[in-house]
Design a protein around this ligand. Structure first.
Ligand code: SAM
Ligand code: SF4
Length: 445
């Protein structure tokens, strides 16, 4: 008998940016696994490196071009190595990216993932590819994202792109116009995930509350209701909600469906109505506060997180103080905050009244200090309580400990007991800067 031993090549995927990119990377891995590539544990071991890029802020661009410099030397160290760049920066810079980094073999945009195996095959034969067309729409939704063994939580893209064109944001330009996936497809993906042991799904979209409106699909709250009925799924989360489009029906559902986790990420961006109008966000602060209040009414103890941009063109010290004041009123559990970054092709890039970078940096520091205090306060309030933790794996701080999250999305590192199963009852014994400490309650307690 003759054994034919085929050496599998390996791929290292580095993901930048948001969860949507993380899911796309999982799809890329899935596609390449069926094209005889395995995941490399390190960059040095890999034959192919893919950068799945982000272009939301200028800093992300700079980091990626700096990585590409490193990859030029990486490629020279072993013949036959290949470099591919996908995602938002590839979509945005296209040909210019290859001109700046000629050692890149494949440049592929946000709508061109499905053809990755073909592009890699071409690159193996020294044929470079530039694929950034959006005309065909999204062709990769039926590619099942790679799921790590034993995963209890999974992200599921329900839509892509955005029609909002907020003045500062490059997403509609690089991800394209908003497109929703058919509900039936989403539900079968979730059923399959439940069958593989997944207990929590995180639904992804740039504006999940407008899910299906263009396509005449079922409304978002109905989608949530149907997912709630999937056997095995006990936790549903979604990101990102748009404050303008979060409707009463979805809010009410938080009081009806126990599977909906009591945490909402609702990006406010600014506490000043003047700045919100200039950003083109389509809501004012009072409306935002009313929705937070309504959510707290239907689900007491709900956790909230948000995104903020400081130093948007024309933002004054008074505008900024309004942001701090809304933060004090709401007391978010956590927040992502950024200094405004001017992005090519956006309306804000043309706005004249730029804020001095040092002033913007100082505002960001003040905002982050305030948020850190609120985060500490929110975490400390949980000490002494018992929480249900969905266990995701070993703790990074101590391999003897386990790590998981509460329904409110708080990370908990805890000393395990003897209980079995993915959800453990944990007594919170301490609070850190971003996470909780705990110990598992004995199974018969
Ligand atoms: N679709 C979501 C929404 O409407 O809030 C968020 C999308 S974006 C990937 C995530 C966050 O990045 C935004 O909420 C915003 O705070 C921030 N962001 C987007 N463009 C930015 C820019 N040009 N400068 C600074 N931050 C920006
Ligand atoms: Fe960007 Fe606004 Fe769309 Fe969010 S809603 S992705 S911030 S344009």
């Amino acid at each position: 008998m003759v054994y034919c031993h085929v050496m599998r090549r390996s791929v290292f995927i580095k993901t930048f940016g948001c969860q949507m990119n993380a899911v796309d990377s999982a799809r890329m891995l899935s596609l390449l696994s069926s094209a005889s590539y395995r995941a490399a544990a390190t960059l040095e071991e890999a034959d192919l490196v893919l950068l799945n890029t982000c272009s939301i802020r200028e800093k992300a661009d700079q980091k990626i071009y700096s990585d590409l410099g490193t990859l030029r030397r990486w490629k020279q160290r072993r013949p036959g190595r290949l470099v591919g760049v996908g995602g938002c920066l590839a979509q945005q810079d296209g040909e210019a990216l290859r001109a700046r980094a000629p050692h890149v073999d494949i440049v592929f945009g946000t709508h061109n993932i499905a053809n990755l195996p073909e592009m890699v095959r071409r690159a193996e034969h020294r044929l470079p590819t530039l694929a950034i067309g959006m005309e065909e729409g999204i062709t990769h939704w039926d590619v099942v994202p790679h799921l790590p063994a034993g995963a209890v939580t999974a992200m599921v893209a329900i839509m892509q792109g955005c029609d909002n064109f907020c003045a500062y944001c490059v997403v509609p330009l690089v991800r394209g116009r908003e497109v929703s996936r058919p509900a039936g497809e989403i539900l079968s993906e979730i059923r399959a995930l439940a069958g593989r042991g997944v207990r929590e799904v995180v639904l992804l979209g740039q504006n999940v509350n407008s899910y299906g409106k263009k396509e005449g699909e079922i409304p978002f709250p109905e989608l949530l209701r149907r997912i709630s009925a999937v056997e095995g799924i006990s936790r549903i989360r979604f990101i990102t909600s748009h404050p303008r489009d979060l409707d009463d029906r979805t809010i009410r559902l938080f009081g009806e469906a126990a599977t909906l986790c009591p945490h909402v990420h609702l990006p406010l961006q600014s506490g000043s109505d003047r700045v919100l109008a200039a950003m083109g966000r389509g809501y004012a602060c009072a409306g935002y506060l009313a929705k937070i209040e309504a959510l707290r009414q239907v689900r007491p103890g709900m956790a909230f997180s948000s995104d903020f941009i400081v130093g948007f063109p024309g933002e004054t010290e008074d505008d900024f103080r309004e942001t701090l004041s809304v933060m004090k009123e709401i007391r978010f559990d956590s927040a992502f905050s950024f200094r405004f970054s001017s992005r090519p092709g956006t309306r804000a890039a043309e706005m004249k009244e730029k804020v001095d970078p040092l002033v913007a940096a100082d505002r960001l520091r003040r905002l982050q200090e305030l948020q850190a205090a609120h985060t500490r306060e929110r975490l400390s309030a949980r000490v002494g309580r018992e929480v249900d933790v969905l266990v995701e794996g070993a703790s990074a701080r101590d391999p003897g400990m386990r790590c998981g999250r509460t329904p409110c999305n708080k990370t908990v590192n805890f000393h395990p007991g003897s209980a079995e199963g993915p959800v453990r009852s944990v007594l919170v014994t301490g609070a850190g800067t971003h996470s909780l400490l705990g110990k598992e309650r004995p199974a018969n307690a």
